[in-house]
Design a protein around this ligand. Structure first.
Ligand code: AMP
Ligand code: GLY
Length: 427
C-alpha cells in the first residue's frame, strides 16, 4: 500500500523526516505545510497556515491523505491531532492531553512522580503562592533549577547558581517574562552528569527505539555561551550503554506509556526522553512530544527500510517495528550552520553557496532557515542548515562532516567546531 503523507513543519528536523519518508518504499504522494526549500524538492507545497485546522482537515480529505506527520510541538499542544483524528484522519503525533508531557512541565513531573520515573525532586508553585515559593528557594541547595510551566521555545529554564539569582528568576517568571508559560513555576534539584536523548516511536503501547543521540545546546565550543535550539548532534551516543538503555526502557518508557494509557490519554507519536546520565544511572530532564532538532538529522541517517511505514503503523494502532532497521557500526554527526548573532538578533537574506559540493562530498545538507529566491538559496533564520555525514567510527563521521561544512559559505556564518567530541572519550 502507498501512503499519502502531509508533513507539518519547516525546520531541519522536518527536512530530515522528509528525506526518510521520501526514500520509503511505501511513500505515496507527499505534501508539506509549509516545508522549506530542501523539503520542497520532493514534497509539494501546501499553502495554508499551520494554525488553520479547518483548511488542513479539508486538504487531507480532498487529497486523500493517509497520514499527517506533525514535526513541531505547538500544533500538537494546540490540538491539531485531536481535530484531525475526530475527522477520521490518521496522525503521527499525540493528542493535546498527551502533548502536555511537553507543554506543561508540572504535568510531566506529576506523571513521573505518579509512575515512579526517575527525575529531579521538585515542587510546583503558582503566582498566588509567591511567598511560599520564595521560602522554598531559601531552603534549596544550589544550583537551583527554575522552569516556566508552559511552552517557552526552549527559553523557560533558568539554572541559578545562587539564591539571589533564583529569587530574581522566580520574580521574572511570575511577572510574565515568559508570558502565560510562567504562571506556574517548577523549582527542581540540579542534576549532574551528561545529557543524551532517546526517541521512542510508539503506537501507545509498543515502541521502536532509534539510536540514542547527544545534542549540543550551547552556542560556543566546550559548551560555553548561551543556550540555543541546538548547534549540532551525533548518534549513537556511547554514554547510553546497553545497561543505561535497559534502565530507560524499564524505568522510563514502559511505565510512562502505561501511565498515559491508564490516564486515558495514550501517547502516540515520538516520545523524546531527555536524560541526564551519571554513573550509568539515567534520570529524566524533560520529555518532548516530537522528534528533537537537530538530533533527528543525525539519528535518521542510521535507519534503513520503510520509515513511512513505521510512522503509519504507529499512528494506526500496531507499530511494525520491523519496518526499519538500525544500520550497525555506523556513526552520524550533524553540524548546524547558523547566522552570526544567533540565538539573539541576526541578519538574514544572504546567499548560500557550496551546498551541492557538500552533498557531492557524501553529506546530507538539511535546510532549516533558508528561502529560495530567483534561483538562489538565501539565509532566512537563525539556524540555517544542518550538515550531516556518516562514518564507520565517530571520529570518521566528525571528519566527514567538517569536510562537507568547509564547502559551504554565507555571510556571517557561524558553527561549532567541536560537535561530537564529547563522544570520543569513550573510544
Ligand atoms: P529543558 O527545557 O527542560 O530541556 O531544559 C533545558 C536544559 O536545561 C536542559 O537540556 C539541561 O541542559 C538543563 N536542565 C534542565 N533541567 C535540569 C536539571 N534539573 N538539572 C540540570 N540541568 C537541567
Ligand atoms: N534538541 C532539543 C530539542 O529538540 O528540544
Amino acid at each position: 500500500m502507498k501512503t499519502n503523507i502531509l508533513l507539518i513543519g519547516s525546520g531541519g528536523r522536518e527536512h530530515a523526516l522528509a528525506r526518510a519518508i521520501a526514500e520509503s518504499p511505501s511513500a505515496g504522494m507527499l505534501y508539506a505545510l509549509p516545508g522549506n526549500p530542501g523539503i520542497l524538492k520532493t514534497f509539494q507545497h501546501v499553502n495554508a497556515r499551520v494554525e488553520d485546522f479547518n483548511s488542513i482537515s479539508q486538504f487531507c480529505k480532498q487529497f486523500a491523505i493517509d497520514l499527517v506527520v506533525v514535526g513541531p510541538e505547538q500544533p500538537l499542544a494546540d490540538g491539531l491531532a485531536d481535530r484531525l483524528i475526530l475527522e477520521g484522519i490518521n496522525v503521527f503525533g499525540p493528542i493535546s492531553a498527551a502533548a502536555k508531557l511537553e507543554s506543561s512541565k508540572d504535568f510531566a513531573k506529576a506523571m513521573m512522580l505518579k509512575y515512579k520515573v526517575p527525575t529531579a525532586a521538585y515542587r510546583t508553585f503558582t503566582a498566588s503562592q509567591y511567598d511560599e515559593a520564595h521560602r522554598y528557594i531559601d531552603g534549596h541547595t544550589l544550583p537551583i533549577v527554575l522552569k516556566a510551566d508552559g511552552l517557552a521555545a526552549g527559553k523557560g529554564v533558568i539554572i541559578a547558581e545562587n539564591h539571589f539569582d533564583a529569587h530574581n528568576a522566580l520574580n521574572e517568571m511570575f511577572s510574565g517574562l515568559f508570558g502565560n508559560a510562567g504562571n506556574r513555576v517548577v523549582i527542581e534539584e540540579f542534576l549532574r552528569g551528561e545529557e543524551a536523548s532517546i526517541f521512542a516511536i510508539t503506537d501507545g503501547t509498543d515502541y521502536f527505539l532509534t539510536p540514542a543521540s547527544q545534542d549540543h545546546k550551547r552556542q560556543f565550543d566546550n559548551d560555553e555561551g548561551k543556550n540555543t535550539g541546538g548547534m549540532g548532534a551525533f548518534a549513537p551516543a556511547p554514554i547510553v550503554t546497553k545497561s543505561v538503555l535497559q534502565k530507560v526502557e524499564e524505568r522510563v518508557i514502559k511505565p510512562l506509556l502505561e501511565g498515559m494509557q491508564k490516564e486515558g490519554t495514550p501517547f502516540i507519536g515520538c516520545l523524546y526522553c531527555g536524560l541526564m546520565i551519571e554513573n550509568d544511572e539515567p534520570s529524566v530532564v524533560e520529555f518532548n512530544v516530537r522528534f528533537g532538532d537537530p538530533e533527528t538529522q543525525a539519528v535518521l541517517e542510521l535507519l534503513e527500510g520503510d520509515f513511512a511505514k513505521l510512522l503509519y503503523t504507529a499512528a494506526t494502532g500496531k507499530i511494525d517495528r520491523n519496518a526499519v532497521k538500525v544500520i550497525e557500526n555506523t556513526f552520524s554527526t550533524c553540524v548546524v550552520l547558523a547566522s552570526g548573532g544567533y540565538p539573539d538578533d541576526y541578519e538574514k537574506g544572504f546567499e548560500i553557496t557550496g551546498i551541492e559540493d557538500a552533498i557531492n562530498s557524501g553529506a546530507n545538507v538539511y535546510h532549516a532557515g533558508t528561502k529560495s529566491e530567483t534561483g538562489m538559496i538565501l539565509t532566512n533564520g537563525g539556524r540555517v542548515l544542518g550538515v550531516t555525514a556518516k562514518g564507520d567510527s565517530l571520529a570518521e563521521s566528525i571528519a566527514n562532516v567538517y569536510d562537507a561544512v568547509s564547502h559551504i559559505v554565507f555571510y556571517n556564518m557561524i558553527n561549532r567546531k567541536d560537535i561530537g567530541f564529547k563522544g570520543l572519550k569513550f573510544f
